[in-house]
Design a protein around this ligand. Structure first.
Ligand code: DGL
Length: 276
């Protein structure tokens, strides 16, 4: 990576955003990237609005200080609880030419392509569900044409973070939450995995999801949306350096990150420890 370069920043509370980074890098390998996982303070899903906003703001400022002109919050919880505040409160005073984008809007925009019944289910963290960001964003694009039902899955992130995805406990909680969702609305035909950790539970999720249901996995959708965004905003695109490098940062031990992150990213990676 060259000095004075402008990588695209990708932020998550922990490892989950690596599933998004993987799709982005597969689709847009030409850019430089910095991934930042706030592993020391994960999970964000059960934290208050103010805490998620403050932690996310610190991470974004760190990525800006490292040259990022564009930061993607590859975390639904941070997108739900911090994105709007950062865009409205922090960017104008700091540098209005920088951009921070989230993962909720791109995921929601695809919904009308998939649902036939007009009934959509959201699986997410408690924080994402309580924020009502998905129902609000879906209402913006569809009026009130789409019925949205949410199910908070507070055990799923800890199962993934603790590498317990093959434990029978994972089957228990995945089945329980999926059954709850369909008990609330049996007409759901489209489900969004509204947490970047959840693709790690995909085999278990597919075991319990009714087979006629379309599952929306955010990685490819966010990657497509970023490509489209960069095409529509050449002034931002020109500012993104193109050296095909990826740098990984963690707020926890770099050794722990190295031993776990490969599972999410699909290949071994090493990281540097930083503080926020
Ligand atoms: N990966 C985050 C998300 O997409 C959740 C993890 C957490 O609770 O910190 O919502």
């Amino acid at each position: 990576m060259q000095e004075n370069n402008h990588p695209i920043g990708i932020f998550d509370s922990g490892y989950g955003g690596l599933t998004i980074l993987k799709s982005i890098v597969d689709q847009l390998p030409q850019y430089d990237y910095i991934y930042l996982g706030d592993n020391a303070r994960t999970p964000y899903g059960s934290r208050s609005f103010d805490v998620v906003y403050e932690y996310t703001r610190q991470a974004v400022m760190k990525l800006f200080s490292m040259g990022c002109q564009l930061v993607i919050l590859a975390c639904n919880t941070a997108s739900a609880k911090a994105l709007r505040s950062i865009q409205q409160n922090d960017l104008p005073g700091f540098d209005p030419s920088r951009r921070v984008l989230g993962v909720i809007r791109p995921s929601v925009e695809k919904i009308p392509l998939f649902t036939k019944t007009g009934h959509v289910g959201i699986l997410g963290t408690m924080g994402t569900v309580i924020s009502d960001s998905y129902p609000l964003e879906i209402a913006k694009i569809s009026g009130n044409q789409i019925t949205v039902t949410q199910e908070a899955c507070p055990m799923w992130v800890p199962l993934v973070e603790n590498e317990e995805i093959s434990n029978p406990a994972a089957d228990y909680f995945v089945q329980k939450n999926i059954n709850n969702l369909f008990r609330k609305d049996a007409d759901i035909d489209t489900v969004i995995l509204g947490c970047t950790h959840y693709p790690l539970l995909l085999p278990t999720i597919l075991k319990y999801l009714p087979s006629h249901v379309t599952l929306i996995d955010q990685g490819p959708i966010v990657a497509n949306s970023l490509e489209d965004y960069l095409l529509r905003h050449p002034e931002i695109e020109q500012n993104c350096s193109k050296g095909s490098s990826i740098r990984f940062l963690t707020t926890e031990s770099d050794e722990i990150f190295k031993s776990r992150a490969g599972m999410y990213f699909g290949r071994p990676i090493s990281a540097e420890k930083i503080s926020l």
